[in-house]
Design a protein around this ligand. Sequence first.
Ligand code: CA
Length: 231
Amino acid sequence: MAPKVMIVEDEEPLTLLLRYNLEAEGYAVESVGRGDEAEIRLRENVPDLLLLDWMLPGLSGIELCRRLRSRAETRSLPILILTARGEETERIRGLATGADDYVVKPFSVPELMARVRAILRRSRPEIVASLLRAGDMELDRESHRVRRGGRELHLGPTEFRLLEFLMQSPGRVFSREQMLDGVWGRDIYVDERTVDVHVGRLRKAINRGTRQDPIRTVRGVGYAFDEQFGT
Ligand code: CA
């Protein structure tokens, strides 16, 4: 699943530049031009990383950062502050408010990308690793290969994304609705029963010749990739 990055920035050319480069590296990007609007969006949907401009209309980056840190849902959300040169003392205040890092404008894009990767590697190692492993299973996001006990498994594209989605957060129980959002995307209308159909196909493909099923059905809720699997 692509790591989600939200850009909060009121300079449109900069937003476009960031979006272009982040998307090229495989991130899912959402952008907002106002601080107050960002606060509302972040209540509905928490990304994996926030790129936050300092000076914003509506609500300043620093105030937004402070408010995000005071809410449980966004307390540990990785935040990278974008600041203009000459805001030296404010930068220090920014870090004190709980930002994870900052870059000074104008910045080099490759440097910013490196910072983004570094923060995500610390906060969500599972979403930047190309290889996901659990028990005797291995999923390679780059080559799109799945192996179990060294044997290569052939999965359809939806089953692959489904397995990737579950293996990314072992032990976490997902509702069918969350799985639809994460695997099929919000814009496509798919019935919740579709999830069961594809989980069935995925199980068939990965459990051939073994009795150990890594996918756990949670009655009345949904599914999880078993945390204890292979241990
Ligand atoms: Ca600005």
